[in-house]
Design a protein around this ligand. Structure first.
Ligand code: SAH
Length: 217
């Protein structure tokens, strides 16, 4: 499907309002807000649904998956405390929107998606937008051992628990952000690994994600 990469004044205006909404909801990291104001979220929508792109809502992207709510993207991005040049692993590429936000913030992003059509679409649009995100087709439960360790890891699907390989692939001093829960609702958690490899887990409220699926095929 051809992607229309046109960013009008109207879209820029709607985006400014969306960022204002997110700021009012409590996001304060200037780099997160700047990236969200920069990235045209409507690029990740099919042309018939573009009018929904600047509402603070999740939206279906096909294959039973969703692009996360902008507030959730901002919340996870803020928890990551990205520094320019950080190597970041994302599990659950989906539309590629979250990956583009992290890339705009200066991260070197590696992202894994287990649904082929979504993987292919994200792999096409991110370079077109000028973001050299490395997109992989596979099971994010296993992480990317060949590219580890990572300064930061973000999981954008609800996980029943924190996958051990992801903890292993986190650098000392690193942060893993992951929504954890077995049902419809998850608790956002950060896992921080100190320089001695000790981990500390902190809770950050409830969210609703599509489930992280294990590759059984
Ligand atoms: N970050 C995305 C939101 C994606 S929704 C965005 O910005 O649009 C969660 C995604 O995780 C879905 O695309 C789903 O297919 C994917 N997913 C679920 N289980 C997975 C797994 N084990 N490995 C990799 N991706 C997975």
């Amino acid at each position: 499907m051809p992607v229309n990469l046109e960013d009008s004044f109207r879209h820029k205006g709607l985006r400014k309002q969306l960022v204002e909404t997110i700021r009012r909801k409590g996001i304060s990291d200037p780099e997160v807000l700047r990236a969200m104001e920069t990235i045209p979220r409507h690029f990740f929508f099919d042309s018939s649904f573009i009018s929904f792109a600047y509402e603070d809502q999740p939206f279906p992207i096909g294959e039973g998956q969703t692009i996360s709510q902008p507030y959730t993207v901002a919340f996870q991005s803020e928890l990551l405390r990205i520094k320019k040049g950080d190597k970041v692993l994302e599990v659950g590429t989906g539309s590629g929107y979250q990956a583009s936000i992290l890339a705009e913030m200066g991260a070197k992003v590696f992202s894994i998606e287990r649904i082929k059509p979504l993987y292919l679409k994200a792999k096409e649009i991110l370079p077109k937008m000028g973001y050299p995100v490395k997109v992989f087709y596979g099971d994010g439960y296993k992480g990317l051992p060949g590219f580890a360790p990572f300064h930061r890891i973000i999981v954008t699907a609800g996980a029943p628990d924190i996958p051990e390989p992801l903890i292993e692939q986190l650098k000392p001093g690193g942060i893993l952000v992951i929504p954890v829960g077995k049902g419809d609702i998850q608790i956002m958690k950060t896992l921080e690994k100190d320089d001695n490899g000790q981990v500390r887990i902190t809770d950050h409220g409830t969210f609703r994600f599509v489930p992280l699926l294990e590759n059984r095929s």
